[in-house]
Design a binder for this molecule. Structure first.
Ligand code: BYC
Length: 336
């Protein structure tokens, strides 16, 4: 018989060898709990993240831009679903997690509590927000929990497409009028600091990093990834012809990195605690969509139950398709 100590040793060996932990494997309860916390927050971010850009679908400046934006927002829904599925393998259902989000018991990324004031913000979100997301998520492709890492591989492919889409939109505007160039700069000024905050608090104020690194859930610290993002964004801004709102941005020869100012961490914590410009609006919208979609979930469940019954002839004594009423008919009846 395998003892608890042997299971713990097997788990430690798997982490040490940088192999994957799979849902069927034994894992410490604290590992499961922290993964559910992170994966759920990540899933919620993808779903809530549909709102700021979704706000511009009806007002996109051309049919082509509208089609691109629709597809991008739809991709985010898909990312949310892969992630809820990954959380489900840990024993946390999508219903339960969504209820917690709506009740304010789980978080989502601070970035989505800022408004999108002009269509230009669609480009800036693609470039900077999806850019920051890629920087954070590429290392997560090698995270220790199998379903999370595999979801990340697919998500990252789509995110890099999103980032190029945003950059191309801004490039087009920069080739336009002075007014359009000013709109791009104004939008970049508003999103730069919130994008840096996406990486989480500084390492010395990040309670979860040390343990998550030990477990191979995170492979880089918040500050390491923030620095990487700053270093990669500056040449992109130069090519675009915009600046970032930080007079201390300077190449540091000795460190081999750009120096930058400290983000306003009071603002970050205030947004995380629910006091950002759009927190109430985002949750109210999510709650409305969840409540209004209840009948769809009920109907889908009833349909699945009816289909399962119809496909189980041994229990009913009749062959498939001979249950008297089609699943579609009974679903309609149940939905009433
Ligand atoms: N916002 O100990 P720490 C997207 C919380 S969506 C809010 O460093 P950890 C996209 C943190 O949860 C991309 N809260 O935590 C979608 C913790 O509180 P709890 C979303 C934050 O987990 C649509 C406390 O602060 N990406 O790309 O080690 C359109 C202390 O933090 C934030 C992910 O979710 C924040 N920014 O590290 C476009 C990536 N930062 O939970 C784009 C996956 C920290 O103890 N997640 N907190 O109550 C991660 O990599 C990590 O969870 C974090 C935080 C780096 C975010």
């Amino acid at each position: 018989m395998t003892t608890e100590a042997q299971l713990e040793a097997q788990f430690a060996d798997t982490i040490e060898a940088k192999d994957r932990i799979e849902p069927r494997d034994w894992m410490p309860e604290a590992y499961r709990k922290t993964l559910i916390r992170q994966v759920a927050q990540h899933a919620h971010s993808e779903i809530i993240g549909m709102q700021p850009e979704g706000n511009w679908i009806t007002r996109a400046p051309s049919l082509r831009r509208k089609a691109i934006l629709l597809a991008k927002v739809q991709d985010e829904a898909g990312h949310g679903l892969y992630l809820y599925s990954a959380a489900e393998t840990l024993g946390a259902s999508r219903n339960e997690l969504t209820e917690k989000l709506i009740a304010g018991k789980q978080k989502y990324s601070s970035i989505f509590n800022y408004p999108t004031l002009s269509y230009t913000d669609v480009g800036t979100i693609g470039w900077l927000v999806d850019g920051a997301a890629i920087c954070n998520q590429v290392p997560l492709c090698r995270t220790s929990f199998g379903p999370y890492g595999r979801a990340m591989i697919r998500v990252c492919k789509e995110e890099s497409f999103h980032q190029r889409q945003g950059y191309e939109l801004l490039m087009t505007m920069m080739r336009g009028t002075d007014e359009q160039r000013e709109m791009v700069q104004e939008s970049v000024n508003r999103f730069w600091w919130p994008a840096l905050m996406m990486f989480g608090p500084p390492d010395d104020d990040s309670p979860n990093t040390a343990q998550s690194m030990e477990w191979g859930i995170k492979t880089h610290t918040n500050d390491e990834l923030r620095q990487k993002f700053v270093d990669m964004s500056i040449p992109q801004a130069e090519a675009l012809g915009v600046t970032f709102p930080d007079e201390n941005l300077k190449w540091n020869e000795e460190r081999g990195h750009y120096d930058f100012s400290t983000p306003d961490w009071d603002e970050f914590w205030s947004v995380v605690k629910g006091n950002g410009p759009c927190n109430d609006q985002r949750i109210a919208h999510r709650k409305r969509a969840w409540d209004e979609g209840a009948w769809v979930r009920e109907a889908a469940l009833a349909f699945a139950e009816q289909s399962a019954e119809a496909a189980a002839p041994a229990q009913t004594g009749s062959a498939p398709g001979q249950t008297g009423s089609s699943p579609a008919t009974t679903t309609e009846e149940t939905a009433k």
